[in-house]
Design a binder for this molecule. Sequence first.
Ligand code: ATP
Ligand code: MG
Length: 150
Amino acid sequence: LPINLPSFCQSLLEELQFSDEQGHDICFTYQGQQDLLVEFDEQWLRYVLSNLLCNALKYSPQGSTVKLRLSIDNQQVIFQVIDRGIGIHPEDRSNLFEPFYRGKNVSSIAGSGLGLAIVKNYVELLKGQISFTSEVGVGTTFTVILPLNN
Ligand code: ATP
Ligand code: MG
């Protein structure tokens, strides 16, 4: 069954905003046609986006803004999850997608280090790519690129 991507993202964000207890401002930006039907596996896509968004919420201060940006370029769907949080140390870069790996600056925040490893697997099953840019104390942006036709 095809997914209508903009409304899928909207309702995912509404769920997260509803359960967030730290007063984050969770927003969605998308400049495109209202309906965008894709054939992605819904469970995989939900896992990927909700994990990246939950990380963004978990590793950023109360009341800060977390943004999901959706765009289409060249037969590719681009998702960006942007936070103004604690950031990722350069030394953690190369291991971040390894199972059970956790950053050096998160010891006080609970987690198992499995989310991103699973996310990366699902992104690969969707024939896509995942990457991130980050600056400690400033914030992090994760980018997921998925081909529209695969
Ligand atoms: P869980 O398995 O419960 O998700 P986790 O959040 O620690 O635990 P991952 O989601 O795999 O595990 O993330 C791995 C590590 O990457 C985190 O421990 C953290 O150090 C770092 N990280 C991930 N997302 C962010 C982010 N948005 N900002 C800062 N650090 C992040
Ligand atoms: Mg996580």
